[in-house]
Design a protein around this ligand. Structure first.
Ligand code: SF4
Ligand code: SF4
Length: 253
């Protein structure tokens, strides 16, 4: 990096830092992209104290009582929804973001019949990097396969496995998950959200095998925002793979 680039980079870093500093002064956490300002709601009557939500919360926002029941600390919570995706009892939700809301969105998507020979592919895209990358394609009028239908999610780890199971049971031919880059140079806004989603997918692959569905019908791709130009090829390659596999046998059942 030369001195002009370094100056530009430093300006960018400073602008990014302004918002968290202002919020920290007020004693609050920052969530720049979520329009929903509600905090997670726990229906604790059905809580089994399994502690998955407290273990997966990247910000240590969930304390526990002596029995292991989660207790939310709102000043640490960044409303990422990872606790919602982690809870096996599905008892965590937000006012404007819940398992039922996304499930209803998936149900409202039209799925062509097998004899129409048109695949239908669901994309669940993290709203932080993958969805803006899709926006960038739209602004430049770049095209990708028309079979896809896109639903933004707050973080890929806020995804509940039931969404994938429902989509495949309804005859979707494939599900593509677009999350942030993880690992050493991670870009995930919630530190390890997309990495946790990938780990969770290993269990889903087993479920697909039990249903005798090809595991290739499901793919997770890390989508760094600066690599948005590669996205049409990522989507087209996945849809092409789904076409080669053939229609989902659960279509029309
Ligand atoms: S929404 Fe995110 S930060 Fe808040 S408690 Fe749940 S996992 Fe933790
Ligand atoms: S993941 Fe769900 S069931 Fe488990 S402790 Fe948290 S709220 Fe309770």
């Amino acid at each position: 990096m030369d001195s002009a680039q370094a100056e530009q980079d430093a300006w960018g870093a400073m602008m990014k830092a302004v918002q968290p500093i202002e919020m920290a002064v007020q004693g609050q956490a920052l969530h720049p992209r979520a329009g929903d300002l509600s905090y997670p709601i726990f229906q604790l009557q059905r809580c089994t104290q399994c502690k998955r939500c407290t273990e997966e919360c990247p910000f240590g926002s969930l304390d526990e009582d002596e029995k292991g029941t989660p207790k939310l600390n709102v000043y640490r919570c960044r409303r990422c929804g990872i606790c919602m995706g982690a809870c096996p009892e599905r008892i965590v939700s937000f006012k404007n973001y819940s398992i039922d809301i996304i499930a209803s969105m998936i149900k409202s998507i039209e799925v062509p019949e097998e004899d129409e020979e048109k695949p239908r592919v669901l994309i669940l895209a993290c709203e932080n990097d993958a969805y803006p990358a899709l926006d960038a394609l739209g602004q430049r009028r770049l095209q990708y396969d028309l079979s896809v239908r896109i639903i933004p999610v707050r973080c890929l780890r806020s995804m509940n496995i039931v969404w994938i199971a429902d989509a495949l049971a309804r005859g979707f031919d494939g599900v593509l998950l677009l999350g942030c880059k993880f690992g050493e140079d991670y870009q995930c806004h919630f530190v390890k959200g997309s990495e946790l989603a990938k780990k969770r997918l290993e269990n889903v692959a087993e479920t697909l095998q039990r249903l005798q569905l090809e595991t290739e019908r499901l793919r997770l791709v890390e989508m760094p925002i600066n690599e948005w130009g590669t996205l049409p090829a990522v989507i087209d390659n996945f849809v092409q793979k789904v076409r080669e596999i053939g229609p989902n046998p659960y279509k029309g059942l």
